[in-house]
Design a protein around this ligand. Structure first.
Ligand code: ZN
Length: 331
């Protein structure tokens, strides 16, 4: 009995000592853990602070070109070679001004840039600017503008910019059995001859179209297919490039034309004669027309060469970057 009590007493003492030892061991560990937690909290606060600062800058323009950020991330070995290139590898000149905005940025459109970038996260930063500059953030046939100089070789006719109803070019010449403006017609004939020298048969089958002809065409198409469908392949009156006299359709109006030797030759070589294939699969989102490998638009040799060399895929982009605005140091 007594010995059991002593045993119990001994057990209690042993267990008290063991507890004390454990407490002595755990106390420094607890202190270390507390310090670590405190340090972690401080680090978190600092990191979150800098991230939220960064976020608030981005909120001003979510898809803003990040050239400034990118250059600060380079290793500084040779910044001239560290220019961030577009994904397609175009050798684009640095279009950004000192404040990181391209020369075709207009602060009056700031809200529209932000809204467009927010609604189209897939569109790259610089593209947002020129697309908004030519009203691609508004619906087709809304917010439209009559072109002030319909004789301008570089004019842009699309679903936002239209020709005056009474406009007809005064210098039409025959190309094959169609007509085009003189400068465009001569260049087209040169292209036809150059293709013929390579054994290819290209002909111009539908050049200038008057406003009145387009009225009938569009009315017939929309009666047959509905307005929405007709809008994907036919222009409304005043909105057709054919009214400019700078456009013609080649050979056959079929998708298959693009796969023929003639269609492929034209796509590859037309720029040398001042022409572009106006509607391609690469620019459908911009032109809002299905690809038309047969539809040629004359813009002059200099402009066509620039588009070719710069990898500019639509007249809309060229028009903003070289007509509505000019690159720094030009003109
Ligand atoms: Zn056409």
């Amino acid at each position: 009995m007594e010995s059991r009590e002593r045993e119990n007493e001994t057990d209690r003492v042993v267990s008290r000592k063991a507890k004390r030892r454990r407490r002595q061991k755990t106390r420094p560990i607890a202190v270390i853990v507390l310090i670590a937690v405190a340090a972690a909290i401080v680090v978190c606060v600092l990191v979150l602070g800098s991230v939220s600062k960064d976020m608030s800058q981005k909120e001003n323009f979510p898809n803003a070109p990040e050239n400034n950020d990118a250059s600060s991330l380079t290793d500084g070995e040779d910044d001239a070679d560290e220019v961030v290139m577009p994904p397609d590898g175009d050798a684009e000149v640095d279009v950004n001004t000192v404040d990181g905005k391209p020369y075709y940025y207009d602060s009056a459109r700031e809200d529209r840039y932000i809204a467009f970038a927010t609604n189209h996260p897939e569109i790259a930063g610089d593209d947002v600017y020129w697309m908004v500059d030519c009203d691609l953030d508004t619906l087709p046939y809304e917010d439209t503008h009559e072109l002030p100089d319909p004789d301008d070789i570089l004019l842009m006719v699309n679903k936002h910019f239209y020709l005056p109803e009474g406009f007809a070019p005064v210098d039409l010449v025959n190309v094959g059995n169609t007509t085009m403006r003189a400068e465009a017609g001569e260049a087209m004939q040169e292209m036809i001859d150059a293709a013929a020298a390579e054994g290819l048969n290209i002909w111009s089958q539908s050049g200038y179209r008057s406003y009145g002809v387009q009225v009938n065409l569009y009315r017939d198409y929309s009666a047959r297919d509905g307005e929405a469908a007709a809008d994907t392949y036919s222009a409304r009156p005043g909105y057709s490039e054919h009214q400019t006299g700078l456009t013609t359709d080649l050979n056959t109006i079929t998708d298959a034309f693009g796969d023929t030797p003639e269609g492929q030759w034209v796509a590859a070589n037309c720029w040398q004669y001042g022409y572009i294939v106006r509607y391609t699969k690469e620019n459908t989102d911009v032109t809002l027309y299905k690809p038309e490998p047969w539809h040629m638009r004359y813009i002059g040799r200099d402009a066509a060469e620039t588009m070719h060399d710069e990898g500019i895929l639509s007249l809309e982009e060229y028009w903003v970057k070289y007509v509505l605005y000019q690159p720094p140091g030009v003109g």
